[in-house]
Design a protein around this ligand. Structure first.
Ligand code: SAM
Length: 210
């Protein structure tokens, strides 16, 4: 479930390729909740000026709570995540851990961010997708969802595919090649066309460590 001021930004990139297929094949479901539907006035306002002054507006805690109360989780195995640059930095081990949840609520901030009391009272984990600042949490939510959905069994064609990706086992992916065998004078490493599966495995292991 994604809580956002810009519902039209979804499914966006989550509607394409393997993730899009998984969505169409109901390997996961996406519910988008528009924060403006829980605004404090007829215009659906969700934000107000920051106490103490400063630039930008802040999303109100009561709006977030109302939106949250409208959501029914199907299981008890869910977590609530607020995407924010000041959160714990996302990593593959963190994603592997979070992927054990059956359901997730993802709150996208906008403007200056979200009133801290909403985060504390409603029990959000704060997660950052990296040390840089986006204009809103929607792109961060797309990155987060894409990287976690590919860990859902059945989403990737080959079950072992996600396990051989970079960062699993603290490794990086080895270099990979396809046709043509000779491209502008650069040849595919001989070993990969040798048919010797044991030697190929060893080569991959070595390159991955390098
Ligand atoms: N004032 C905030 C700060 O300095 O940390 C930045 C707010 S940013 C303009 C608006 C929203 O974008 C944030 O509330 C958050 O939801 C999202 N966002 C921006 N950068 C992000 C990042 N690196 N990771 C996760 N979310 C991010």
């Amino acid at each position: 479930v994604i809580l956002t001021c810009y519902p039209e930004m979804f499914p966006g990139s989550l509607g394409y390729s393997v993730i899009g297929n998984a969505l169409n094949n109901k390997k996961f479901s996406l519910e988008i909740v528009n924060l403006h539907n829980f605004g404090i006035d007829k215009r659906g306002s969700v934000d107000d000026e920051p106490f103490g002054g400063g630039p930008g507006m802040v999303i109100r805690p009561d709006v977030i709570e109302k939106a949250l109360n409208s959501i029914t989780f199907k299981t008890d195995n869910y977590c609530k995540i607020f995407l924010t640059p000041s959160g714990q930095k996302l990593s593959q081990p963190k994603l592997n851990n979070l992927s054990k949840h059956d359901e997730m609520l993802i709150l996208c901030g906008r403007f200056e961010g979200v009133d801290q009391r909403a985060i504390e009272i409603l029990g959000f984990q704060e997660i950052s997708i990296g040390d840089y600042v986006l204009s809103g949490g929607e792109l961060a939510a797309a990155v987060f969802c894409d990287s976690i959905i590919r860990l859902v069994p059945g989403v990737l064609g080959d079950e072992s595919s996600a396990l051989t990706d970079s960062f699993q086992d603290n490794r990086l992916s080895e270099p990979i090649y396809t046709r043509p065998k000779n491209y502008e004078g650069l040849k595919v490493p001989e070993i990969l066309i040798s048919g010797n599966t044991k030697a190929i495995e060893k080569w991959r292991e070595k390159k991955s460590l390098e």
